[in-house]
Design a protein around this ligand. Structure first.
Ligand SMILES: NC(=O)c1ccc[n+]([C@@H]2O[C@H](COP(=O)([O-])OP(=O)(O)OC[C@H]3O[C@@H](n4cnc5c(N)ncnc54)[C@H](OP(=O)(O)O)[C@@H]3O)[C@@H](O)[C@H]2O)c1
Length: 123
C-alpha cells in the first residue's frame, strides 16, 4: 500500500501489544512502530514478527518508549515527528494496573497509565 497509516503501539514487545502489531502489520494497511521500554526487546519482537512471511519488512520498526518517563516519551515523539511528520494512530497499550485501582479515582488511573503517552506524543 502506498500510504499506510502510521501507528505507534506502546508495550508491544509482548502480550496484547505484540499481537495487535502483528494483526495490523499483516493487513498491509499500516506501518507499525513497535514501542518497547527496552529497545533490544523491541528489536527481538520485530525479528520474531518478520518470521511471518505475510508481514513486509517495511511494515514494522522498533522504537524505545517508556511510558513512565517524560524524557523517553518526548524523545520518541520527536523521533517520529522528525521521520514522518505525523502519527495517525496511537495505541496506548502499555499500562500499569494498580492493585488498588478500584479505590482510586478513575481519572487518576487514566492519567497515570495512559495520558502520559498521549501528552508526550502530541507535544
Ligand atoms: N491481558 C489481559 O487480560 C488484560 C485485561 C485488561 C487490560 N489489560 C491491559 O492491556 C495492556 C497489555 O496487557 P498484556 O496482558 O498484553 O500485558 P503484558 O503481556 O504484561 O505486556 C505488557 C507490555 O507493556 C510493557 N510495559 C510495561 N511497563 C511499561 C512502561 N513503563 N513503558 C513501556 N512499556 C511498558 C511491557 O514491557 P516489558 O516486556 O519490558 O515488561 C510489555 O511489553 C495492559 O495495559 C493491561 O493492563 C490486559
Amino acid at each position: 500500500m502506498s500510504n499506510p497509516l502510521l501507528v505507534l503501539v506502546t508495550g508491544a514487545n509482548q502480550g496484547l501489544g505484540y499481537y495487535a502489531t502483528q494483526i495490523l502489520a499483516k493487513t498491509g494497511k499500516y506501518h507499525v512502530i513497535l514501542g518497547s521500554r527496552d529497545l533490544e526487546k523491541g528489536k527481538s519482537a520485530v525479528k520474531s514478527l518478520l518470521e511471518d512471511s505475510d508481514i513486509s519488512p517495511s511494515a514494522i520498526e522498533p522504537i524505545q518508549i517508556d511510558i513512565t518517563s517524560d524524557e523517553s516519551i518526548k524523545r520518541a515523539a520527536a523521533d517520529v515527528l522528525a521521520k514522518y511528520g505525523k502519527l495517525d494512530i496511537l495505541i496506548n497499550n502499555a499500562g500499569i494496573a494498580h492493585h488498588n485501582a478500584s479505590k482510586k479515582p478513575r481519572k487518576q488511573n487514566w492519567t497515570h497509565s495512559t495520558m502520559s503517552t498521549s501528552k508526550g506524543c502530541s507535544s
